[in-house]
Design a protein around this ligand. Structure first.
Ligand SMILES: CC(=O)SCCNC(=O)CCNC(=O)[C@H](O)C(C)(C)COP(=O)(O)OP(=O)(O)OC[C@H]1O[C@@H](n2cnc3c(N)ncnc32)[C@H](O)[C@@H]1OP(=O)(O)O
Ligand SMILES: O=C([O-])CC(=O)C(=O)O
Length: 371
């Protein structure tokens, strides 16, 4: 085995086929089941996109109505899950609370180990329906606020925002939120999806695979970056300080969160759509200084390193403007990515091979215990 046989970080390695999405860095495009994500974000609800990712086709009106009914019927936070959340300290990161809540849902499911496609689809639908209540309730209890029960007269996004804030915001806010949910839903073999596929490949259950996905997404090199972007903005303060801050950060070899991508080297296909949504929020909330900081840091990073923003860069400030607390940002990513993860879990289960790569040993030569 030579040095070039080692594919550190699996960079450039094609592990398997997938029909769920296509990330194409050459054309800077992202297709969900063949549809450009920009078209879906401009024309579809999150419910339609979830259906598409799971079933491979957009729903007919009748299919969508039935699908929406199933989600609305399972929106309320389960008492067992609420009790588990209440037991976790508020000092725990919301991703740890969410990971624990998913585990509790699995432990309460008598069919947790039934891995038929139908059973997995039901579990996926339950998690997709329950995650907004978990995320919303956790943010509220940290603020000392009471739980807001779901409303089944509202769509997915409106209800999510209702349960979080106790009111449905202006349609421009709801639309920006839906766009973020659609853009975050799926991205081929990223680290968290791959984690979920590895767990599935051992014939473990869907909940275990999702818990693993949550753990992988939490890290700041992956989903945790949307939260980290907001910390960066807070640290910099105002646009006039951005260039000096960047110089210092690069001089001390810091990674600038929300920039760079393993696959896209010329910009993330989703950023223009999310940036447009951020622009509408900046205008709605009259926060031009946020945009000034955003654009100054982006420009400085471009001229200093020629590294472009990824989706977490516009999403962080967008969630801040909507009123979410910073540690809630990555849980929002989970509420969306649950759809992509579970689509991949079902794809892996349907065409399984145990995922088990090789390693090159570089420890001590063989040696023996002396008597
Ligand atoms: C939704 C998502 O998960 S998108 C990703 C979210 N993550 C982030 O925003 C975290 C910040 N970004 C990064 O750490 C990286 O760009 C990653 C992890 C996303 C991709 O990393 P890789 O593909 O492994 O690229 P790698 O780390 O090898 O970077 C190549 C070069 O660009 C530099 N670089 C890449 N991204 C950044 C960054 N954000 N800040 C500073 N330098 C960077 C690296 O230091 C490296 O420089 P070098 O060759 O001088 O050592
Ligand atoms: O694809 C990746 O490596 C990370 C990413 O952008 C995502 O998961 O959305």
């Amino acid at each position: 085995m030579t040095e070039s046989d080692i594919k550190k970080g699996l960079a450039g390695v094609v592990v398997d086929y997938t029909a769920v999405s296509k990330v194409n860095p050459e054309t800077n495009s992202l297709l969900y089941r063949g549809y450009p994500v920009q078209e879906l974000a401009a024309n579809c609800s999150f419910e339609q996109v979830a259906y598409l990712l799971w079933h491979g086709e957009l729903p007919t009106d009748a299919e969508l109505a039935a699908f929406v009914d199933v989600e609305r019927g399972q929106r309320a936070l389960d008492d067992n899950v609420r009790a588990v959340i209440d037991l976790t300290p508020k000092t725990a990161h919301p991703m740890d609370v969410l990971r624990t809540a998913v585990s509790a849902i699995g432990a309460n499911d008598p069919d947790a180990d039934v891995a038929t496609e139908e059973s997995n689809l039901n579990k996926a639908a339950r998690l997709y329906a329950q995650l907004p209540a978990i995320v919303a309730y956790d943010q509220r209890r940290r603020r000392g606020e009471d739980l807001v029960p779901p409303r089944d007269d509202l769509g997915y996004s409106e209800n999510f925002l209702w349960m979080t804030f106790g009111e449905v915001p202006a349609s421009v806010v709801v639309d920006a939120f839906t766009v973020s949910m659609i853009l975050y839903a799926e991205h081929s073999f990223n680290a968290s999806t791959f984690t979920a596929r590895v767990i599935t490949s051992t014939l473990s259950d869907l909940y275990s695979a999702v818990v693993g996905g949550v753990g992988a997404l939490k890290g700041p090199l992956h989903g945790g970056a949307n939260e980290a972007v907001m910390h960066t903005f807070d640290e910099i303060g105002t646009a006039d300080k951005a260039e000096a801050w960047l110089e210092d950060a690069l001089a001390t070899k810091r990674k600038i969160m929300g920039f760079g991508h393993r696959v896209y080297k010329n910009g993330d296909s989703r950023v223009p759509t999310m940036k447009a949504a951020l622009d509408t929020l900046v205008e709605h909330y009259d926060r031009p200084e946020m945009l000034e900081l955003y654009e100054t840091l982006e420009g400085a990073m471009g001229s200093r390193k020629n590294i472009k923003p990824n989706l977490d860069y516009p999403s962080g400030p967008a969630y801040n403007l909507m009123g979410f607390d910073t540690p809630t940002f990555t849980p929002l990513f989970v509420a969306s990515r649950i759809v992509g993860w579970t689509a991949h879990i079902m794809e892996q289960a349907a065409s399984n091979a145990l995922i088990r790569p090789l390693s090159a040993y570089n420890g001590p030569d063989e040696r023996h215990l002396t008597e």
